[in-house]
Design a protein around this ligand. Structure first.
Ligand SMILES: [Ca+2]
Length: 123
């Protein structure tokens, strides 16, 4: 009998929990291939394709541009990325779980898929 109760992704005030935020930040950094701190169109497309099976359509991109934090060139910042997930998680936490699992996180928000050792947690 090993019933895993997943940690909640948002707190009572509707903000992303630290664990969830950490996982999302790692995800953002994974797709920020050129390490400039924002996701450009190609990086965003790669993320969407790995997550949803296809790049964002024009409507989704427009929503992203309208509602979330961008830099001066229209690229999604980490803040915008977290805003995007905060919104999704507030209404559909199971969608966020699905996304995180797709990227190798287990029900404890630990990365289980193989990845280099840059993620060691000494706590
Ligand atoms: Ca980038």
């Amino acid at each position: 009998m090993s019933l895993v109760i997943p940690p909640t992704l948002v707190d009572e005030e509707g903000a992303l929990t630290q664990e969830c935020e950490n996982a999302l930040i790692a995800l953002f950094e994974k797709y920020d291939k050129d390490n400039d701190g924002v996701l450009n169109r190609q990086e965003l497309d790669a993320f969407a394709t790995d997550t949803n099976g296809s790049p964002f359509d024009e409507d989704s991109l427009e929503e992203i541009h309208q509602f979330f934090d961008l830099d001066n060139n229209g690229n999604l910042t980490i803040k915008g990325f977290l805003q995007m997930y905060n919104l999704q998680t507030s209404s559909e936490p199971e969608e966020t779980w699905k996304d995180l699992q797709k990227h190798g996180y287990d029900a404890n928000l630990k990365l289980v898929a193989s990845r280099s050792d840059d993620n060691e947690d000494k706590s």
